[in-house]
Write a protein that binds this ligand. Sequence first.
Ligand SMILES: *[C@@H]1O[C@H](CO)[C@@H](O)[C@H](O)[C@H]1NC(C)=O
Ligand SMILES: [Cu+2]
Ligand SMILES: [Zn+2]
Length: 164
Amino acid sequence: MGIVKAVAVISGGDSNNNVRGSIQFLQDFNSIAGGAATLVKGRITGLTPGLHGFHIHALGDTTNGCNSTGPHFNPLKRDHGAPSDQNRHAGDLGNIIAGVDGVAEISIKDIQIPLTGPHSILGRAVVVHADLDDLGKGGHELSRTTGNAGARVACGIIGIQSSV
Ligand SMILES: *[C@@H]1O[C@H](CO)[C@@H](O)[C@H](O)[C@H]1NC(C)=O
Ligand SMILES: [Cu+2]
Ligand SMILES: [Zn+2]
């Protein structure tokens, strides 16, 4: 299978923000037979400084902006958690951090977001939130479902990218 690549072009959910970016997803099947992690790399600009929840949501639908992308991608029907938890939504990638310049540089390696097979994230969406994700531990009523990360400030649909 070689290397499988995908890309999501990120833009603001409502037209009233300036969040932009691009995220690449790469799974290299040459490196580890069968169990290759997905590398998530990119840059998002126009954010407020600080932590922002960062997830794969279930649907690649932006008919009504990022609100149409559905809940966190959760094929195994688990509770919301931290990326380091085994028991988490597959889409739980934790937080990204924007500097004072509003720029977040992203580099994440994760084993629960494959680009092939029944739990593939292709055709779904990556979403950036206004607030930080409490990773399921905030004690808020939304902690166990969304990490209480607030509004969806930007998103992009994960599509197939040329592998050459
Ligand atoms: C998305 O939902 C939020 C809160 O539920 C709302 O404030 C916002 O206006 C919605 N955005 C769109 C584009 O419908
Ligand atoms: Cu989310
Ligand atoms: Zn979640």
